[in-house]
Design a protein around this ligand. Structure first.
Ligand code: S3P
Length: 742
């Protein structure tokens, strides 16, 4: 970063060790200050600082360095802070910013207060979360902070312009700056850094003490070595850190001791449920964490991963396949299984990121869930009142279904909760559930415009209401029915048009009576759920890509197995058949309260149609790929009454129209739909999927009839609903490759 005007005139770095030296050299390298002056008691380090070009000037006393400096950085051991501050005090310029790089922040603040009598708005404690096994100025590295986090803990009365300058300095060194309170910093570091060091020191010492010859270490395998690597850290430094962060460390030691004791008891009592619960929750958390750190997808980092689909034109579709499990049912199986009495086993669970986020959220609320392994999940239900308060916000990734259904379930829990999601979910409307839930007595805060995050106050008594839904939404209906399980009296919801009824069917499967009267579904609160087994069929929404693919690609013949055929979901088949598609429904059967069938689809000449409005809610997720079918059909297709498409994972009307335009297909967008004149040539081009999984997969299908190569960008979210899509699509004959995928 080249700055015309450096951020600071003179930066004094007190202590030229690894961190102080690296900061000084990063400031110089990036032109962030006119002069960097260093001071260190160790004459050799000081001299090296000058020789290696790490500082512009060296000083022999703290006073000499600090005079005239507009930024003073303390980079000395935490226990030396107070003595150095005494020296700084007499010479600190009135407008200078004072900061530090120590690992504990309350001790720094206490030292400043002791020496200066108060914490001025120009004192901004800092802590770069970066380091190296090496120490000393010869290890100084101007890149040390690049892609690392730096935490600043400014006082409430901080001078904002000075804070902004200090932030800019760290950002100029390549770091990402976070701000938080002193207390929170020390709690977080006590838990994530200080406690693990303490345990490592203690464990190695215990084992070494048990065996004087240290013979035991001969048998120590990789696990021990990995676990105790940090016990080789600097004892004096850690001694200082524990004594400086005493309060927070004591709290986290107590917490850990309590949990360790709980495991001891579980082992003593042969209590497998507790052991499994703790271990599986920890395993999931650890996997999540390592994936996050390596920037791969699980839930949180997914949208940041850049995946591009590259598609060569042409091809025919064939094979005998089963697409992954139904997303709507997978979410609901975890929710109801968790709240049931007893153990629920689920087969065919969708291991996509949306449903995995739901699964993780229930683990975060204390539910033991084994799996998923090849679609098999075992949920140890905790009963209607057995959920525990999560330790932090529940992160629901890309899933609107999860957020809306969770809102209903959590509105009546005894604890507070917060629901967050990725960038797409954070822009979606939640007022549609928050408003009726408030009418039931829930206390829910949303961000501006009714958007996430949702903050739900626990301990509220809910009362049943009757709600006439203004839009046909299964998510809203399900949210209210789930809240209704906890509400006093009856909760009923009337839908303006039929929407998917998986919640009602699955509640019945768990033994909870749902009353149906025409367009109205109702439940009475206060009953219980009894564990059951669930066989999740293949998702008709994922099958839809192949129904269209095989219809539009000449010479195709494909079997799709075990497809969910719930009448509230088969709009795509009805519409495609009306367009002339050749879809045979084979071996219709009912499994676990849901109709299932195999489908055979062969290529056909499609024709454009006016899509009947009553089919819109029944095919709500399938329109992106139906637009591709319409493009390949003869004649005009008109869609109306589909305003809801504008508030899905993306504005699916506009994003599809833009994508079609990018490959040379013209359409007319209307407020609630689109007009597509079929028979236009699909050319090559680059389509932006806007992170919407179904848009990305639709353009993969379009390539079967394109004249040139299609690139689709921002495709990582395909993993939310259809893990393995690329491999399955390639296996059936789509010429697809994914770049940037794992
Ligand atoms: C879903 C309902 C639909 C659908 C979504 C899943 C569900 O949303 O688009 O993918 O599982 O209940 P709306 O009910 O809001 O239309």
């Amino acid at each position: 970063m080249a700055l015309s005007e450096p951020l600071f005139k003179r930066v004094a770095v007190i202590g030229l060790g690894l961190i102080g030296g690296s900061l000084a050299s990063a400031i110089r390298r990036n032109g962030l200050a006119s002069t960097v002056v260093g001071v260190d008691q160790r004459a050799e380090e000081l001299q090296l600082g000058k020789v290696l070009g790490i500082v512009d000037e060296t000083a022999f006393t703290v006073a000499e360095a600090v005079q005239g400096a507009d930024l003073v950085v303390l980079a000395v051991p935490v226990r030396a802070t107070r003595a150095v501050l005494e020296e700084v005090r007499t010479v600190l310029e009135p407008g200078a910013v004072l900061t530090d790089v120590g690992s504990t922040k309350s001790s720094f603040v206490a030292d400043v207060e002791a020496v200066f009598g108060c914490l001025s708005p120009l004192v901004i404690p800092g802590h770069p979360i970066a380091g190296s096994e090496k120490s000393g100025i010869h290890a100084a590295d101007p890149e040390l902070f690049a892609h690392h986090k730096v935490i600043l803990t400014p006082p409430d009365n901080v001078s904002e312009p000075h804070l902004a300058r200090l932030k800019a300095l760290w950002e100029g060194c390549g770091a990402t700056v976070l701000t938080m309170s002193v207390a929170y910093h020390d709690e977080v570091l006590a838990a994530t850094s200080h406690l693990p060091h303490l345990i490592a020191f203690s464990l190695v010492d215990t084992l070494a003490g048990e065996d004087e010859n240290m013979d035991i270490f001969r048998y120590a395998a990789g696990g021990f070595r990995d676990f105790t690597r940090i016990a080789a850290s600097d004892p004096v430094m850690w001694h200082d850190i524990f004594l400086s962060n005493r309060e927070a460390v004591l709290r986290v030691i107590d917490h850990f001791t309590h949990d360790l004791e709980q495991l001891r008891t579980a082992i003593a009592n042969q209590d497998s449920a507790t052991l499994l619960r703790v271990f599986s929750r920890a395993k999931a958390a650890r996997e999540h964490f390592s994936k996050m750190l390596s920037g791969q997808a699980y839930v949180t980092k997914n949208s940041e991963k850049q995946v591009t689909f590259r598609l060569q034109p042409g091809g025919a579709i064939s094979g005998d396949i089963r697409v992954p499990g139904d997303k709507s049912m997978s979410h609901r199986s975890i929710m109801l299984g968790a709240l049931a009495d007893g153990v629920t086993e689920v087969k065919g669970f969708l291991e996509g990121e949306d449903s995995l986020a739901t699964l993780q959220a229930f683990r975060d609320m204390g539910v033991t869930i084994e799996g998923p392994e090849d679609g098999f999940v075992r949920i140890h239900g905790v009963g209607m009142h057995g959920l525990q308060a999560p330790r932090g916000p529940l992160y629901l990734g890309n899933s609107g279904t999860a957020m809306r259904l969770f809102a209903g379930l959590l509105a009546a829990q005894p604890f507070d909760s917060e629901l967050t999601g990725d960038a797409s979910l954070s822009g979606r409307p939640m007022g549609r559930v928050a408003d009726p839930l408030r009418a039931m007595g829930a206390v829910i805060d949303t961000a501006e415009g009714g958007r996430p995050p949702l903050r739900i106050r626990g301990g509220q008594k809910l009362s049943g209401i009757h709600y006439e839904m203004p839009v046909a939404s299964a998510q809203v209906k399900s949210c209210l029915l789930l809240a209704g399980l906890y509400a006093e009296g009856s909760t009923s919801v009337t839908e303006p048009a039929p929407t998917r009824d998986h919640t009602e069917r699955m509640l019945a499967g768990f033994g909870y009576h749902v009353h149906r009267d025409g367009a109205t579904a109702s439940v009475s609160g206060g009953d219980k759920l009894t564990a059951t087994n669930i066989d999740v069929p293949a998702d008709i929404s994922s099958s839809a890509f192949f129904l269209v693919a095989a219809s539009i690609a000449p010479g195709s013949d494909l079997i799709l197995r075990h497809v969910g055929m719930n009448p509230t979901r088969v709009g795509v088949i009805n519409i495609l058949r009306q367009m002339g598609a050749n879809i045979e429904v084979l071996d219709e059967r009912e499994i676990g309260g849901e109709p299932v069938a195999d489908l055979r689809v062969r290529s056909a000449e499609l024709r454009g149609i006016d899509i009947p409005e009553d089919q819109v809610p029944l095919a709500i997720d399938e329109f992106p790929v139906l637009f591709i079918a319409a493009t390949c059909a003869n004649g005009r297709t008109v869609l109306r009454g589909a305003e809801e498409l504008r508030v899905k994972e993306s504005d699916r009307i506009q994003v599809m129209a833009d994508g079609l335009a990018a490959v040379g297909v013209e359409t007319t967008v209307t407020p609630g739909g689109i007009i597509i004149d079929g028979g236009q040539t699909i050319g090559g081009g680059t389509v932006n999927s806007h992170g919407d999984h179904r848009i990305a997969m639709s353009f993969a299908v379009a390539s079967l009839r394109s004249r040139g190569e299609i690139m689709v960008t921002d495709c990582a979210n395909v993993a939310t609903s259809f893990p393995g899509f690329v491999e399955l699509a390639r296996g059936t004959g789509i010429n697809i490759s994914a770049e940037g995928a794992e």
